[in-house]
Design a protein around this ligand. Sequence first.
Ligand SMILES: O=C(O)CCC(=O)c1ccccc1C(=O)O
Ligand SMILES: [Mg+2]
Length: 368
Amino acid sequence: MKLALIELYIIQMPLKSPFLTHLGAVTDREGIIVKITDKDGLTGYGEGVAFSTPWYTEETVTTSLHMLTDLLIPLLKKQPIKHPEEAALLFKSIRRNHMAKSAIETALWDLYSKQLSSSLSAILGGSRSEIASGVVVATDSTIHALKQIEQYVEEGYQRFKVKINPEQDYAFLKEIRKTYPELPIMADANSAYTLKDLDRLKALDEFNLLMIEQPLAHDDIIEHAALQKEIKTPICLDESIASFDDARKAIELGSCQVINIKVGRVGGLYEAKQIHDYCFARNIPVWCGGMIEFGISRAHNIALASLPGFTIPGDISASNRFWEEDIILPEVQVENGFIKVPDSPGIGVDINEKRLKETLLFKKSFRF
Ligand SMILES: O=C(O)CCC(=O)c1ccccc1C(=O)O
Ligand SMILES: [Mg+2]
């Protein structure tokens, strides 16, 4: 792919309002932007979606920076590649560190698509010109949740996800269902329960949720299979699926009926597409998860979600859901509940250089 330069930017931005789960609050988002320039001056962008602390997965911004600087970029320097898939396979010689790998692998996909003057959506096999948009409500107050849902309904979102835990589940959902009996609602527990909570979880069946996401441990697929036999609500796995093999095993075991595919969590677009293809062939719906990310990662998610198996609106909301001003131009916009899939080369958005500069903490360059 004739790489000439890789630049890493660490940026930081406050969220418009805190994102609360039982695992803690996200008020400020740090992230890594990867820019790869080839010998013809074409550029590809990727984003590292690890958080500042390891509350969601084991990676952090600092571990990602270490992996990129000391291992992944040196690997790419040593081994020239012709296609992003070769990078994905090359990176398998390093265990896990999926978000670090994805940061650079996604930049290679953007660059590769631009080298072919094709949209990333087309390169991945996308079949949709627009994707349905869903949004997440993450608060510890029922009143606030109702207000947010009201606003998001007005903005046209097509699927609503609320965060739940044993302190905020039955009564919380009952209140929401009272106002919105028919709304497409799902709940995400981020591993707040164990099998001891079986009765609590069974009780949620009455709310007709689209699905319940990751109720049990972040690394479990055995107990989720046991739980799925006991509850009617479909289980969707997020944290438990870190790879294609994890997805295959979870489906074989009956641990879930739906999969949330996050590019960063599974190590890049190659792995994400493999999971999609496997699920699509078996009629298992998938949707694209979110990481409170900036526009570069959102743009990659939009391309991925244009694939035919993404039949449920994902956590791909507008730039203005989290940010006063995003780092891409144009920003991600939701119109009548849909986001347009760009047909211009690559991810189809430009970097907002002014915003990048304003939010920049640190920059590092690697010449090839
Ligand atoms: O809309 C988004 O970007 C994020 C949605 C979200 O729920 C989330 C955000 C950060 C970390 C984990 C999760 C999750 O899906 O569990
Ligand atoms: Mg989740």
